[in-house]
Design a protein around this ligand. Structure first.
Ligand code: ZN
Length: 95
C-alpha cells in the first residue's frame, strides 16, 4: 500500500464527501478516499453500487485528495471500518 502516514501534514486541500446519513446527526468518521475506493472494489458490484448511491460521487482518480465521511452503518457495509488506518483526521488538532 502506498498511503504515507505523513500525507496529512502537507498543505493539501482535501475535498470532502459524505454519505446521505450525515444530516441525520448519526456518528461517523472521515475515511481516506483511497481506502474507501479499495474497499468498494472488494465488494460485489451490486453492493458497491448500492453504497455508491448513498455517498456523493467523485472520480476515483481523485481518491487521494478525498475524505469520505461515512456513518457507522455505511462504514461497516463498505468494510472500510475494519482498517483503522483508513480513518483520516481532517483537522489535526492534537499536537
Ligand atoms: Zn451512512
Amino acid at each position: 500500500m502506498r498511503f504515507r502516514k505523513g500525507v496529512l501534514m502537507k498543505k493539501q486541500v482535501f475535498r470532502e464527501r459524505e454519505c446521505i446519513h450525515q444530516d441525520d446527526g448519526v456518528e461517523g468518521e472521515y475515511y481516506n478516499g483511497v481506502f474507501y475506493v479499495q474497499a468498494l472494489q472488494r465488494l460485489p458490484v451490486d453492493v458497491a453500487l448500492q453504497i455508491a448511491g448513498k455517498v456523493e460521487p467523485f472520480f476515483w482518480s481523485d481518491a487521494p485528495e478525498i475524505l469520505v465521511w461515512l456513518c457507522r452503518n455505511c462504514a461497516a457495509e463498505v468494510g472500510v471500518a475494519e482498517s483503522p488506518r483508513a480513518i483520516a483526521q481532517p483537522a489535526r488538532r492534537q499536537e
